[in-house]
Design a protein around this ligand. Structure first.
Ligand SMILES: [Zn+2]
Length: 397
């Protein structure tokens, strides 16, 4: 490796750094380092990142890699839409859009991804060459080692898709809750947290875990299927084949379905007025209003969901001993009643010593931005561990 590339890599992986630190870490002499730093600045590869006044009152410059040197593209599919974004090397979003996609046709799915990649390249014009990695995150089964999508949501007749092979680009695959956990961890950097549990509560329920400051992937990238933990054997049948999975009580569709069932059975409900007799109008927003108006049916359904989410969270607390559990996803919009129930069951069932300083919170993060940022930051983490950092493009040619 050329000395310039080596220094660039040291600064990227460990920067921002002072000149003395760069000398320390690279083992290259002071005069040569001075020349290399000058070169790298002229080439626009590194930039000064502030100054610190040293002991004798002289100021020392910090150097970091120019965040605009390369970009990361993040594409996410949630079952009905694509969320697309591009960030710089610090995870700052420089471009984004979203696009609906509602058919369950695999061929169309692949051509849609292709059209998205083309659109990004066209829109970014001269900057397109700078995109060195693409991250793809979605709620299906994946093989992160092979770079293959094995299945998507509950679509049937799915053939494995190897994105790297099809598009001849550097693809990294991720599970959505994992990248959201990574983004949430970044937001909370100031809180000095090392171990964070992120639970996604939407149509599906997913788990992302940061342990000792690093995102945990499992061996294939598919860990954390907590939606299919059986919480009540007498529960309804789940599409996975079992009875009484967490998702049947706390998945968004199940919650809406459970409120509908109650109304069909003739239970008096305050939201009857809001939905004007049309039970198809029931959604999370209406259930939230119901709870605010003291509606017993909505309250009961949400309390049961909170109870089982709390019980599963208590298990996770006993296993991982995190500093914080953060909940994200549309379901968190139902508000404080839900959070209080979750907290009650975590404290009731997890070991007291593990709950002493435990924080349990709903996320304040914008989910779409979180997915884009989280995907990029996860790739940047991987790049920082890579031995062949800025030659990544080679392995796809
Ligand atoms: Zn299940």
């Amino acid at each position: 490796m050329k000395k310039n590339d080596m220094i660039l890599e040291v600064i990227f992986k460990e920067g921002p750094l002072f000149r003395e630190k760069i000398i320390d870490k690279s083992g290259i002499g002071s005069i040569t380092i001075g020349k290399i730093i000058k070169n790298l600045i002229e080439e626009g590869k590194i930039v000064k990142d502030g100054k610190i006044i040293s002991g004798r009152g002289r100021s020392k410059s910090l150097y970091k890699v120019n965040p605009d040197l390369y970009y990361i593209e993040g594409i996410s599919f949630d079952g009905s839409k694509f969320i697309v974004g591009v960030t710089d090397l610090e995870g700052k979003i420089i471009y984004k859009f979203e696009r609906k996609f509602e058919t369950e046709n695999q061929e169309n799915f692949i051509s849609e991804i292709n059209s998205i990649i083309e659109k990004v390249e066209k829109d970014l014009k001269t900057k397109r060459e700078k995109i060195i990695n693409i991250g793809f995150s979605f709620p299906g089964t994946i093989d992160i080692k092979k770079g293959e999508i094995l299945g998507l949501c509950n679509w049937e007749n799915w053939d494995a898709i190897n994105l790297k092979k099809i598009f001849k680009k550097n693809f990294y695959l991720f599970d959505i809750p994992d990248v959201l956990a990574r983004a949430e961890y970044e937001i909370r950097k100031g809180e000095r947290i090392k171990n964070l549990i992120y639970i996604y509560l939407g149509e599906g329920i997913g788990l992302g875990v940061v342990l000792n400051g690093k995102l945990y992937y499992g061996s294939t990238g598919n860990f954390g299927e907590i939606g299919h933990i059986i919480v009540n054997e007498n529960g309804e049948r789940c599409y996975c084949g079992n009875y009484g999975c967490l998702e049947k009580f706390a998945g968004m569709n199940s919650i809406i379905e459970n409120v509908k069932e109650g109304i069909k059975e003739g239970v008096h409900s305050e939201i009857g007025k809001i939905i004007e007799g049309d039970i198809n109008k029931i959604d999370i927003e209406k259930i939230k209003i119901g709870i605010e108006k003291g509606d017993k049916l909505c309250f009961e359904v949400i309390e049961k969901a909170g109870k089982y989410v709390g019980k599963v969270s208590a298990l996770l607390v006993n296993i991982f001993n995190p500093e914080i559990i953060v909940f994200g996803g549309l379901l968190t919009q139902v508000g404080d009643t839900f959070l209080s129930t979750i907290k009650y069951y975590v404290k009731k069932e997890a070991l007291p010593i593990l709950c002493k300083d435990l924080k349990i919170e709903f996320s304040n993060m914008d989910e779409k931005e979180g997915i884009i940022k989280g995907t990029s930051l996860t790739i940047i983490d991987i790049m920082k561990e890579d031995k062949n950092l800025f030659n990544l493009k080679k392995d796809i040619k």
